[in-house]
Design a protein around this ligand. Structure first.
Ligand code: HAH
Length: 365
């Protein structure tokens, strides 16, 4: 009898070690939640699907926000500090400190790190396009500056940043024009896009390289981007994936357009990531600020989050990451864009860092 009891105790100890949650209230189904607090983090619910990430600043890594990041997220993106302006403020000066803080935090906590972004028309330092006399630089000068920038930044984070948004938002939204008429395009022509990918690949052959854009579910823009990407791939340019930014609204995109975009881009053999997810509660720039987030808007946001995550799960074979653009409704870039000072409620955690109703829609499956 004594031996039997000892054996039983040993068995229970073993089970506790090897079967997570054996002695706790946790159900074997990772999606069961208890009370207000989630048993698991967002990343744990999605561990068999794709890493869930969040865009951060180096100042949001401590205290309650740091704890929330570690509980729920498996990947980080620097919201701003790896962009060309902040990281390369003058021709021969790089400012690494802030980007290093985020990369170090990711590495010491076992998180993946995405790089954002190497070439964009905004948040680019003005010196980039000008010579010492203030005139526009030549194509050759601009390309050599871009090459130097990409080599420096990508090689610094080689082996730590696993994926880069190499070119951001190069395609025009309106009309038939394919390429955005940015300074990059005006000075270099479309060639800057292929060159950026080539130089990023040379600097880190193991990094996954993404073209990143918004409105990618809009059929007209989707088809322009598809054509551009097909052209790059046919020419042997090392592009590995497309980032759908995911700055969405309560009824946009439709499920059909979201599915069609994922299918169309992945038909090129590209991986797909949702790189900057948030769901704004305002349909247009003209909407007045709402005093509190509840009722119909809350329900619509729950439905939209539920729909998009169902679609992401359906395409888990091509989706290799889903990243939120900020951590919680306490503060997000949408509090100031497109209307300065208009409070928005676009994320899964509320202003007190608690999971919102939409959170539960995302993890109940
Ligand atoms: C994104 N652009 C950028 O990729 C990201 O770097 C930035 O922090 C926020 C949003 C979205 C965008 C925009 O900036 C302007 C007009 C439309 C969309």
């Amino acid at each position: 009898m004594k031996k039997f009891i000892t054996a039983c105790i040993l068995l229970i100890i073993c089970l506790q070690f090897f079967v997570p949650g054996f002695l706790s209230a946790q159900d074997n189904n990772a999606n069961v939640v208890a009370g207000k607090e989630s048993v698991a983090g967002l990343k744990d619910y999605y561990k068999d699907y794709f890493p869930i990430g969040v865009a951060v600043s180096p100042f949001s890594l401590n205290g309650d926000q740091g704890a929330l990041i570690l509980k729920h997220f498996a990947s980080l993106t620097a919201e701003n500090v790896m962009k060309m302006g902040p990281i390369h403020p003058e021709e021969n000066r790089y400012f690494w400190d802030n980007a290093d803080k985020i990369v170090d935090f990711a590495m010491s906590n076992g998180l993946k790190m995405r790089g954002h972004t190497l070439c964009w028309h905004q948040q680019t330092p003005s010196w980039m396009f000008k010579d010492a006399a203030g005139n526009a630089v030549t194509k050759e000068v601009l390309l050599s500056r871009l090459k130097e920038h990409i080599e420096q930044v990508v090689s610094r984070y080689k082996g730590r940043v696993y994926a880069w948004d190499v070119v951001n938002e190069a395609v025009e939204d309106k009309g038939d024009l394919v390429y955005r008429e940015s300074d990059w395009y005006k000075i270099v022509g479309e060639e800057y896009i292929a060159k950026a990918f080539q130089w990023a690949h040379e600097a880190d052959p193991d990094a996954k390289l993404f073209y990143n854009d918004y409105n990618t579910e809009n059929p007209a823009k989707r088809d322009k981007i598809y054509k551009m990407l097909k052209g790059l791939l046919d020419a042997g340019v090392p592009v590995h994936g497309i980032g759908l930014q995911g700055h969405w609204g309560l009824s946009n995109p439709s499920e059909a357009n979201l599915r069609a975009a994922i299918e169309k881009f992945s038909s090129l053999g590209l991986k797909v990531q949702i790189t900057e997810l948030d769901i704004s509660v305002y349909p247009s720039n003209k909407d007045a600020a709402i005093p509190e987030f509840s009722g119909e808007k809350e329900q619509q946001q729950m439905d939209q989050y539920k729909m998009v995550f169902k679609v992401f799960r359906d395409y888990k074979s091509v989706i290799t990451g889903v990243t939120f653009w900020n951590l919680s409704d306490k503060s997000s870039w949408l509090d100031n864009y497109p209307v300065r000072g208009r409070k928005n409620y676009p994320l899964l955690f509320d202003q007190n860092l608690q999971p919102k109703k939409a959170f539960w829609e995302v993890v109940k499956f």
